[in-house]
Design a protein around this ligand. Structure first.
Ligand SMILES: NC(=O)C1=CN([C@@H]2O[C@H](COP(=O)(O)OP(=O)(O)OC[C@H]3O[C@@H](n4cnc5c(N)ncnc54)[C@H](OP(=O)(O)O)[C@@H]3O)[C@@H](O)[C@H]2O)C=CC1
Ligand SMILES: CC(=O)N[C@@H](CCC(=O)OP(=O)(O)O)C(=O)O
Length: 344
């Protein structure tokens, strides 16, 4: 049994960690922080947890208590892990950061996109980008994990087979993505109000979203050269879910694309390549750590279309964070992550 801490326990990814870890056989929660709800029992704020964590209450972030944990998740806004991760790592606690603090390898690029100086550039070398489908061996050895963003997870998983095999033009890749409103977090925002977000859909960040450099970094590594990506996110009236429609221009005879995808992900417990002709739905992954993919080649032409769906709070955040924890501590990779999606 390992002891785990969560910084930022009242947010959507924090409570999702609690929901998933309630079914994990090897983990107990030692500390869960919130500055605004310190003292409140977790099941008072989240009644779905009643009976699972008796006596567990939110507390102010306390480095001593966190350092007593084997691992600490940061489910906090950008910049918070920068301030605390170094001390925890020095004291032997492993850090799994769900924010973007350690995702970009270039501290100056991070500062440009996140509008603040990078708070811990010295830790960047040790940080491992926690996409198991690419970095599984490095994750097993890591002490600091940068959990990928939600859009970056869906986009990279959908495009990896094509870029790794140099089958599409790396200069012209398009990712047209839709997210549910929990992607914006639990904090009150006008755009997340029922009357603003329901029965409507809008693009945002079309001329530059902070996930663009993260996706480009990962796709560039897969392709072995820089990738020219157009990425347009949209807000859609659903609670959870990411749907990515990905377009690439074929440069080589791709052979059997369905077989390529099936082989690439054959041993991946969190990726499901659907039968040829499928159109995966976000609700088929709701609450799960699964990315469902389908590959199409309309009219046998030179455009390949990949459809990728994930739950932004699970494979796009807390589930993927637990997949990383499992790898780091030698547990079954999908421990705590086995339940199928809710349907309907
Ligand atoms: N929502 C999503 O789909 C995804 C989110 N992420 C990332 O995960 C992180 C958390 O997201 P989400 O759960 O949506 O965020 P929320 O806004 O819902 O929650 C943020 C949490 O962090 C705590 N917090 C805020 N400021 C600080 C601080 N300075 N020090 C300590 N704790 C703080 C808050 O509690 P309190 O203020 O009471 O301390 C709260 O519990 C973010 O970096 C986000 O970008 C990643 C992938 C997907
Ligand atoms: C709908 C919405 O607002 N989505 C967020 C992305 C989700 C998120 O929290 O991004 P990280 O994975 O980088 O933490 C956004 O566009 O900024």
């Amino acid at each position: 049994m390992i002891k785990v801490g969560i910084v930022g326990g009242t947010g959507y990814t924090g409570v999702e960690l609690l929901r998933l870890l309630a079914g994990h056989p090897d983990v107990e929660i030692e500390a869960i922080t919130s500055r605004s709800e310190a003292g409140l029992a977790v099941d008072e704020l989240y009644p779905n947890l009643r009976g699972h964590y008796p006596g567990l209450a939110f507390s102010e972030p306390d480095p001593e208590r966190l350092a007593a944990c084997d691992a600490v998740f940061f489910a906090t806004p950008h910049g918070v892990a920068h301030a605390l991760a170094g001390e925890l790592l020095e004291r032997g606690t492993r850090v799994i950061d769900l924010s973007a603090d350690f995702r970009l390898k270039d501290a100056e690029e991070w500062a440009r996109w996140y509008g603040q100086p990078h708070g811990a550039p010295a830790l960047l070398e040790a940080a491992v980008y926690g996409l198991p489908e690419v970095n599984r061996d490095a994750i097993r050895q890591a002490r600091l994990i940068a959990v990928p963003g939600c859009y970056p997870t869906a986009v990279q998983l959908g495009l990896l087979p094509l870029l790794e095999q140099r089958l599409i033009d790396p200069d012209h890749v398009i990712a047209d993505c839709k997210s549910g409103v929990t992607g914006a977090g639990r904090g009150a925002k006008v755009g997340s109000l029922l009357a603003e977000a329901s029965e409507s859909m809008k693009a945002y960040g079309a001329s530059g979203h902070r996930h663009l450099p993260e996706i480009r970094q990962g796709l560039g590594q897969a392709a072995g050269q820089p990738v020219g990506l157009t990425f347009v996110p949209h807000l859609t009236p659903m609670i959870r879910g990411i749907h990515a429609t990905l377009y690439g221009r074929l440069t080589n005879d791709p052979g059997d694309l369905q077989a390529l995808f099936e082989q690439r992900f054959a041993d991946e417990p969190a990726v499901d390549v659907m039968p040829a002709g499928s159109h995966p739905e976000t609700r088929s992954v709701k609450g799960t750590d699964i990315c469902r993919l389908a590959v199409h080649r309309p009219g046998d032409g030179d455009t390949v279309v990949v459809l990728a769906v994930i739950d932004n709070l699970v494979k796009g955040a807390s589930g993927q964070a637990i997949q990383n924890l499992n790898l780091m501590f030698g547990f079954d990779e999908m421990a705590g992550l086995q339940a199928p999606a809710l349907m309907p």
